[in-house]
Design a protein around this ligand. Sequence first.
Ligand SMILES: *[C@@H]1O[C@H](CO)[C@@H](O)[C@H](O)[C@H]1NC(C)=O
Ligand SMILES: *[C@@H]1O[C@H](CO)[C@@H](O)[C@H](O)[C@H]1NC(C)=O
Ligand SMILES: *[C@@H]1O[C@H](CO)[C@@H](O)[C@H](O)[C@H]1NC(C)=O
Ligand SMILES: *[C@@H]1O[C@H](CO)[C@@H](O)[C@H](O)[C@H]1NC(C)=O
Ligand SMILES: *[C@@H]1O[C@H](CO)[C@@H](O)[C@H](O)[C@H]1NC(C)=O
Length: 481
Amino acid sequence: MAATLAGLLLYAGLCLSSASLSPRRCRKPVPLLPSVEEHWFDQKLDHFNGAESRAWKQRFFINDTFYDGGPVFLMIGGEGPANPAWMVSGTWLTYAEKLKALCLMLEHRFYGKSHPTEDIQTANLRYLSSKQALADLAHFQTVMTQKLELNDSKWVVFGGSYPGSLATWYRLKYPHLVHAAVATSAPVYALINFIEYLEVVQTSLADYNPECPKAVKTASDTLVKMLKNKENYAAITKDFRLCEMLQINSEMDSAYVLETLAGNFMDVVQYNSDNRAFEGVKGTNITIQVLCDIMTDSTFGTPYNRYAAVVHLMLEALEMKCMDTSYKKYVQEMTNTTWQGTAADGGRQWVYQTCTEFGFFQSTDSLNQPFSGFPLSYFVQQCSDIYGSEFNFTNIISAVQQTNEMYGGFNIQSGRIIFPNGCVDPWHALGIIEDLSDELISVYIKGTAHCANMYPARAEDPPQLVAARLYIFSLLEKWLN
Ligand SMILES: *[C@@H]1O[C@H](CO)[C@@H](O)[C@H](O)[C@H]1NC(C)=O
Ligand SMILES: *[C@@H]1O[C@H](CO)[C@@H](O)[C@H](O)[C@H]1NC(C)=O
Ligand SMILES: *[C@@H]1O[C@H](CO)[C@@H](O)[C@H](O)[C@H]1NC(C)=O
Ligand SMILES: *[C@@H]1O[C@H](CO)[C@@H](O)[C@H](O)[C@H]1NC(C)=O
Ligand SMILES: *[C@@H]1O[C@H](CO)[C@@H](O)[C@H](O)[C@H]1NC(C)=O
């Protein structure tokens, strides 16, 4: 996938790793900081089968610089390699300094260097689930408590995006272990057809300039029409700098092209102005403003030409030569079951989790959004194409329902959880954006995107973001006293 505009939407260890909640839009691999020491934990393969004794090595990191008898902070890893950049900066460390906390980060099973099985063939991925990941956390915490003699310490978990959901569910399912949770940009409700995602993208673009989503709609409608006629393929290939000559042999092929192009906008909106550069992410200066200024500027030509100009800009920002829009190549990469394959970066594993637990498919099935051509059926078909025909609509629907039965969806029966969310971030649509009680607190931040509060503070942070970080700290301080 070296050449896709891969975007790390919820497949990026969400916030903490180098991928975030998006399947194939994987950007170039983020350079991980090598200087932080890696530690390895003997973890069980299957927590729910007493007759299964196989074990594997799970990676974790420690920062004890500030520890002086305070609480233990545990950063939960997500759907990508755990990025050690978080062990040396990030807002949680400023909280740790004030509270004299010990900081740990546990990588999620099947991501990064945490390999429970010898490969990632579909049969082995049955050990990949949020439920197993929560049990990993519980076993890790129990053993570390003994080993480091942390018997009297209160544990606080942190997570952003999918790990934010895990933080919520860890507090919910293991209340005897964890005292409080900060669940940033956490989708707590599993949903197969996540049409709200693109609705928020539309709103976030329109908030900057109402003409922007209109131009996007004109451009994507034009493309849909053009894709129906083979005579246009050479022009589209050239205009959008595709890596190979466009070929459309099925609805899946055209849906993949349209989704990849929409992905530029989805990524930029999701991470708009987030301080991700410290993690090594490129192109963070491309914002909603930059894209919309192009989409509404007729000197770039028609809306179709402007849509292409956005691709050129993104390619330059990400230092990539061309756009990969071949569904066939995507499926080929996603069905590579070795740990060396490009999709083992997290794409194959995360899409498996969406097909077996969450859905979260960001389809164009709503009328209130500007893109066209990638309906729910396209995502469901991907599950079958990549993992096998039993990963079909009926089974996905039932799996998603089971996830909500297990965790309660929006009905969270717990306490001492903070839910920060950004208004600009499409994921807030599946998150908690109003207080549920005086111990289930929403911190809904105007004008910010995915996980903004977790990144290191900057001088240009808006005052509401500064205030949100302080408010989160004041709640933790209160709950730990
Ligand atoms: C822990 O974090 C602090 C604050 O960023 C940093 O100065 C220190 O080097 C880190 N310690 C370790 C052991 O990584
Ligand atoms: C902590 O708990 C472990 C196991 O329950 C026990 O062996 C150990 O003595 C305890 N340590 C302290 C300092 O209380
Ligand atoms: C973004 O930054 C890159 C590299 O620093 C620069 O080449 C590019 O012009 C910038 N783009 C915008 C739109 O600011
Ligand atoms: C899987 O990916 C690896 C690394 O890129 C490659 O060497 C191998 O040939 C691929 N396997 C298949 C079956 O494509
Ligand atoms: C989905 O797959 C299951 C096998 O897991 C099969 O029994 C069922 O008939 C399939 N449903 C459809 C609609 O194809």
